[in-house]
Design a protein. Structure first.
Length: 187
């Protein structure tokens, strides 16, 4: 089975020396892309976007497939992440930075939690409900999980966005143009 890098990074965020040693042993040192590398990716993608005009109709299909599980646009999609309808969609650089480096700015209401349960399970998600008895999280696939507070051993805010920072790599240049054609459309 393949373990997604984002899950491995979340384990490393716990700051447990034993877990860090296991992560290093099995996956090596986790080095995220530097700020300069991310800015270079933004410049490269900007060049791809400038090369031609995208098709917003095809872009809408791409949005539904890759983005609507967490984001809303024009009333369609889930509300796990920010609603993109009111985002600064005309600013292509803003959209590209948000896509390439989603963790660069995480609004307070979208800070996810990393929870370690008494059984040692590690769960990450956006808290959507909480009381004395339980906490409800929603993950990056919009799946809800209710955890009894009696099961929670440790609870920490995650400095990592729920949005994968390599999502943009799934798009061919023409698909990225189509997606941006839809993201930057009036409707």
């Amino acid at each position: 089975a393949v373990t997604p890098l984002e899950q491995i990074r979340r384990v490393a965020l716990l700051g447990d020396p034993e877990l860090d040693a296991l992560v290093t042993k099995h996956w090596g040192k986790l080095q995220g892309a530097s700020r300069e590398e991310k800015l270079a990716e933004v410049r490269r993608l900007n060049n791809d976007l400038r090369a031609a005009v995208g098709n917003p109709v095809r872009g809408k299909d791409l949005f539904k497939k890759h983005c609507a599980g967490c984001h809303q646009l024009f009333g369609e999609g889930a509300k796990v992440g920010p609603d993109l309808t009111t985002a600064n969609r005309k600013d292509r650089d803003f959209l590209l930075v948000s896509l390439v480096d989603p963790g660069s700015v995480i609004r307070k209401e979208f800070v996810s939690l990393v929870i370690v349960t008494r059984s040692g399970r590690i769960v990450t998600g956006l808290p959507i409900a909480r009381d004395d008895a339980s906490i409800t999280l929603v993950d990056s696939k919009s799946e809800k999980l209710v955890l009894p507070m009696s099961e929670v051993e440790e609870l920490n805010e995650s400095p990592v966005s729920l949005m994968p920072d390599d999502l943009y790599r799934q798009f061919k240049p023409e698909e990225l143009r189509d997606l941006f054609g839809y993201l930057q459309s009036e409707r």
